[in-house]
Design a protein around this ligand. Structure first.
Ligand code: G1P
Ligand code: ZN
Length: 546
């Protein structure tokens, strides 16, 4: 064995290292269990093809545990014959910037350290996600193989204790491994400059157009500072909470009206700003606000689709769009008018990857504040913010007016998601399985004054590789095009989370300016009756409504 390599035995394998939709996500405490992180990294290094002699991109959202994990990964990679690790100053690397780096540097794979929008810190969560050479989340076949490897692991290999210099760009070696520390912002900014009209946006921001961007003390702070205040000339202070903190300042870095409430109050409760936006912990989600106007993410995808040709990077038009099943069909209506295909995929970004790689789609998005395109293989929060600013720079209309015009042209999909978080796992599965068993009996029954046309458990056949993914959520499709969907979250770390998705379409001639909760009121009570949500969860209202 090469000197410097230590072989550490494990008494027994860890049984709980099955990655979910977004990698292995557990409490920080769990990741601090001796050998826990190392076990999962060992499984990655043994399983990902081409690791020996290959290049890995490694970095994370700066949460508690980020630096320690980079050190462990570097030392273990050295012990496994990895040739090169590319990481960033302070180990700060957003998920979209990581996806870009993997592609730019033709890396073998990437390891992203983040629990996305979950709180961080010693009492918060941590996570490890593997991305493949295309820059996107590893396919299930690979994550299953990594999990299988953890199940029988009897030890791991790690290079002896080595201090890493992560604070400034430079090179360092650990055995035969080259560790390259680069500025994590540069390459991402260069990519954004290729896609968007920076002159037009700078011109917009020079006028009477105050903006507020909330980085939520998470990873996007340094990127947003450089882009918005540096290159685009927004006044200092436009980017708020810009310094990444290990515990995100005690906040919950999830850009929605509940958790980004400071920003929401600024935009929804005053006329001080023309545009507001926030991103999540690792920078892949976005929330878009105008003056007294919240843009729901399903609508945002539809607006980007309808206005894409105003943006230089998409001026030639779109090959197609895709949305996840629970996302509203607002983009479908636009795609139909543009004469381009629209795909409906299961929840999770990886399903978009095949369609993007095959050139079948250009834009894609999820209702959960994720939007992206073929520029990388992850959703991209700041990209969405720049896309909106580019549209606003060209159209010179308030966000609320852009929405109103969109609805009067395409109709409006009233939409809301109700989350019941941290319910006892038994209660959640009991509720879900009961409705699942009822599905065949529901067709033709009346529901909220309409009739149930289809009731199924969503399954998806990938149009590119033919693979089948089933069990993706219970759908009730009503005869007037309305929908209710039930899903259990795959990313929570405490108990179970039930998500109820509600959608109702109003054509351009209908009432386009109601409060969504009021417009969806009859669906909300009908699904509660059918699924016995309140009684079975013991909760009289959802924990989060978006
Ligand atoms: C959630 C979102 C989903 C997203 C995922 C990762 O997953 O609903 O759209 O892809 O986070 O960001 P869930 O907890 O619903 O399984
Ligand atoms: Zn995220």
């Amino acid at each position: 064995m090469t000197s410097g390599v230590h072989q550490i035995p494990l008494d027994q394998p860890f049984s709980d290292q099955k990655p979910g939709t977004s990698g292995l996500r557990k409490s920080s405490r769990q990741f601090e269990t001796p050998h826990y992180l190392e076990s999962f990294i060992e499984a990655i290094l043994r399983t990902v093809p081409g690791i020996a002699g290959g290049t890995l991109v490694v970095g994370g959202d700066g949460r508690y545990g980020n630096r320690r994990a980079i050190g462990v990964i570097a030392r273990m990679a050295a012990a496994h014959g990895v040739a090169r690790i590319i990481t960033t100053t302070g180990g700060i690397l957003s998920t979209p910037a990581a996806s870009n780096l993997i592609r730019q540097r033709q890396a073998t794979a990437g390891i992203i350290l983040s629990a996305s929008h979950n709180p961080g810190g010693p009492e918060g969560d941590f996570g490890v996600k593997v991305n493949g050479a295309n820059g996107g989340p590893a396919p299930e076949s690979l994550t299953d193989a990594i999990y299988a490897c953890t199940q029988s692991l009897d030890g791991y290999r790690i290079w002896e204790e080595t201090a890493l210099a992560l604070d400034t760009p430079g090179q360092q070696s650990i055995g035969n491994l080259q560790l390259e520390v680069i500025d994590g912002v540069d390459d991402y900014v260069a990519l954004m400059q290729q896609l968007f009209d920076f002159d037009a946006i700078a011109d917009l921001l020079k006028g009477d157009f105050p903006i507020a961007f909330d980085a939520m003390h998470a990873v996007t702070g340094p990127y947003a500072k450089r882009l918005l205040e540096g290159l685009l000339g927004a006044p200092a202070g436009s980017v708020r909470n810009a310094v990444p903190l290990e515990d995100f300042g005690g906040g919950h870095p999830d850009p929605n009206l509940t958790y980004a409430h400071e920003l929401a109050e600024l935009l929804m409760g005053s006329d001080a700003y023309r545009f507001g936006a926030a991103c999540d912990g690792d920078g892949d989600r976005n929330m878009i606000l105008g003056t007294r106007c919240f843009v729901n993410p399903s609508d945002s995808l539809a607006v980007l689709t309808a206005n894409a040709t105003l943006v230089p990077g998409y001026a030639a038009g779109l090959s197609g769009v895709a949305r996840s099943m629970p996302t509203s069909a607002a983009a479908d209506v636009v795609a139909k008018e543009l004469g381009i295909p629209c795909f409906e995929t299961p929840t999770g970004w990886k399903f978009f990857g095949n369609l993007l790689d095959a050139g079948r789609i250009t834009l894609c998005g999820e209702e959960s504040f994720g939007t992206g395109s073929n520029h990388i293989r992850e959703k991209d929060g700041l990209w969405a913010v720049l896309f909106w600013l580019n549209i606003l720079a060209k159209r010179r209309e308030p966000v609320a007016q852009i929405m109103a015009e969109h609805w009067s042209r395409f109709g409006r999909h009233y939409y809301s998601r109700h989350d019941y978080e941290a319910i006892a796992s038994d209660a959640a599965h009991g509720l879900y399985n009961r409705v699942k068993e009822m599905l065949p009996t529901l067709v033709g029954q009346s529901f909220a004054g309409r009739s149930i046309a289809t009731a199924d458990d969503f399954a998806y056949t990938d149009p590119v590789d033919g693979s089948l993914t089933s069990g993706q959520g219970l759908r009730l499709l009503l005869d007037d095009g309305s929908r209710v969907v039930l899903r259990l979250s795959g990313t929570g770390t405490q108990g179970a989370t039930l998500r109820v998705y509600l959608e109702s379409y109003v054509p351009p001639s209908g009432n386009l300016h109601q409060d969504p909760q009021a417009a969806l009121g009859d669906l909300i009570s009908a699904i509660d009756n059918l699924a016995e949500i309140k009684t079975r969860t013991g909760m009289d209202r959802p924990t989060v409504i978006t």
